[in-house]
Design a protein around this ligand. Structure first.
Ligand code: FAD
Length: 319
């Protein structure tokens, strides 16, 4: 049985949309990339169980590529699309429940700014750092998103995941998630459905003041809503990736329709004629140039998804 057959079987049981060849570009902040071979936007945990059942009833084995998509603010999807199953955590997973005086459960697709504002209204501190991060709770757990010396690891108690190997829902405690700097041990076969977070009561005006300061700082130093995926590289130990890219003289450097932001050298901004391959080539070209110049090997924070052509030669142009 092919992926198409599994999709047809899934469409009979799932409540949420199931599509073959759905375009993914509009689901990412870069607004780039091709279609998903099979796309599911689960209407709830029942649809994840239906997905598991459809896969186990078909010949589609555990080697089929799976991509879990949140708000697409940290991914670059190939122009050729994704040759497997894309599970987009959509509206059904957007919720916030108060479960104790300072603790909450947030659904995987809940936007981080919404969550930060929810906490601020209840005089709860710990999520201020997230007010300007355009991702979702699921993506933030997977990436251990953070800023301004805060991160998800410091407020997370546990996550509820759907495990595509055991085909069951289970709870994973924070200490088992291997959370590090912009990383965790979660894979695309462990779908975060919700997160249990613990915050701290604090003076609401202090919380608001911190959030306002963080928003102002972003507005002044980052290219904001332009097509990008935030920081392109993680910071190497003891240094800043943006500082290195800028020191290599690469602000404004471009490949095709993508350029290094003039405002922040670790943000790579696409124009309307850009391709995902342009982003890939620019990232690898900049990485090579920084290595040649400073001997530092930058590691991408953005995640490339699907097939890309390896970069063979320097190809950029100075601005
Ligand atoms: C303008 C801008 C500013 C940014 N600033 C910051 C910042 O300050 N700090 C920071 O850390 N990041 C920042 N980012 C990056 C990004 O917003 C974060 O990494 C965010 O946590 C990603 O969430 P997402 O829902 O968009 O995830 P996606 O981009 O959809 O996915 C990111 C990764 O998480 C996985 N994933 C998504 N949802 C789930 C789920 N439910 N279960 C399991 N895996 C999942 C995906 O498979 C992928 O590997 C910024 C991005 C932009 C565009």
């Amino acid at each position: 049985m092919t992926l198409d057959d599994a999709g047809r079987r899934l469409a009979e049981t799932a409540i949420g949309p199931v599509e073959l060849g759905r375009s993914l570009a509009g689901l990412t902040t870069y607004r780039l990339g091709g279609p998903a071979a099979l796309y599911l936007e689960p209407a709830g945990e029942g649809d994840l169980l239906a997905l598991g059942a459809a896969l186990s009833a078909s010949d589609v084995g555990p080697e089929v590529p799976v991509l879990v998509l949140g708000r697409g603010s940290n991914v670059v999807i190939s122009d050729r699309g994704f040759p497997g199953i894309v599970i987009r955590m959509g509206a059904a997973f957007q919720f916030i429940e108060e479960i104790g005086p300072a603790s909450l459960r947030a659904g995987a697709s809940t936007p981080l700014p919404m969550l930060a504002n929810w906490a601020a209204r209840r005089a709860l501190s710990g999520l201020e750092f997230a007010v300007g991060i355009p991702g979702s709770v699921g993506g933030a757990v997977r990436m251990n998103a953070g800023a301004h010396e805060g991160d998800f690891a410091s407020i997370l108690i546990s996550v509820s995941v759907y495990d595509l190997d055991s085909l069951a829902l289970r709870t994973i405690e924070r200490d088992e998630l291997g959370l590090g700097y912009r990383s965790s041990n979660l894979t695309d076969r462990r779908l975060v459905c919700s997160a249990h977070l613990e915050l701290e009561p604090a003076d609401p005006s202090d919380i608001r003041a911190r959030m306002d300061a963080y928003r102002r700082h972003r507005a002044e130093t980052q290219p904001g809503a332009l097509q990008n995926a935030g920081s392109t590289f993680v910071n190497p130990p003891g240094d800043s990736a943006g500082r290195l890219v800028e020191a290599a003289g690469l602000k404004g450097y471009r490949v095709g329709g993508v350029r290094v932001s003039e405002l922040h050298a670790n943000f790579f901004v696409a124009s309307d004629d850009a391709t995902a391959q342009d982003v890939y080539d620019l990232v690898h070209d900049v990485k090579r140039r920084v290595m040649e110049r400073f001997g530092v090997e930058l590691q991408p924070e953005v995640r490339f998804v699907g097939p890309f052509e390896p970069m063979t030669a320097a190809m950029g142009t100075e601005s």
